[in-house]
Design a protein around this ligand. Sequence first.
Ligand code: IYR
Length: 249
Amino acid sequence: MRIKYAQHDGRIPRLVFGAKEAQITRPNHPFVPHKPAPVSPVDGLSRGQRLFDELDARRSVRFFSDAPVPREMIEIAIRTASTAPSGAHMQPWTFVAISDLVIKAKIREAAEAEEYASYEGGRMPEDWREALEPLGTDWRKPFLETVPWIVVLFAQSYGFTADGQKKKHYYVKESVGLAGGLFVASLHRMGLSTLTHTPSPMGFLTEILGRPSNEKPFILFPVGYAADDCVVPDLERKPLDAVSAWFDG
Ligand code: IYR
């Protein structure tokens, strides 16, 4: 790849790498024009505020209605999630969507067995139990059968080329985490609720769902409408100054 440097202040070379240059230097990997729709800072801020208000109303839910959710809503959430940026654009994720009653019952049974061993069998360290105290969780996971859908997000530690060769994946956790975040946002936007559930360990999901060995269970999302009498822990989000640091010139 050809890279041009221009002298910036006589000492630090500044990278000059425009779209034209990219097209010239990567002839086998075409670039296409990208023109994000123009939005003024005033409109942008108001849009950002609206998105914040909407996402700030999202809560992790453990009490669900059994009201049906059309498959198309799950499909669009998965497509939205798959717009996430990913290492070398490998999109190293698989969303496995389950509405089958028998499989949901199997997942509940296996998840509760693991959670029982954690909560009641002494597998969960004391400090962890204390951290979970405000959430009021225990080993019982009835929502795994109440919900119309369970979606299990698998991380692909590696992939395959068209001719079956192993293909390296990069920044898998970061990529799959980003996809999971967009999945949650999409569900919320559609009026659906979910929980980022991580029954531990999650190996049983590989087995029940017959996934290949390059996929590791990452997050289990029960998906549905919140129950009419749903309650959530009275939690607050950290203020901006607790989640940011600034070097504002
Ligand atoms: N997996 C257990 C425990 C649990 C762990 C964390 I970190 C939570 O934020 C909530 C629960 C469970 O699902 O109950």
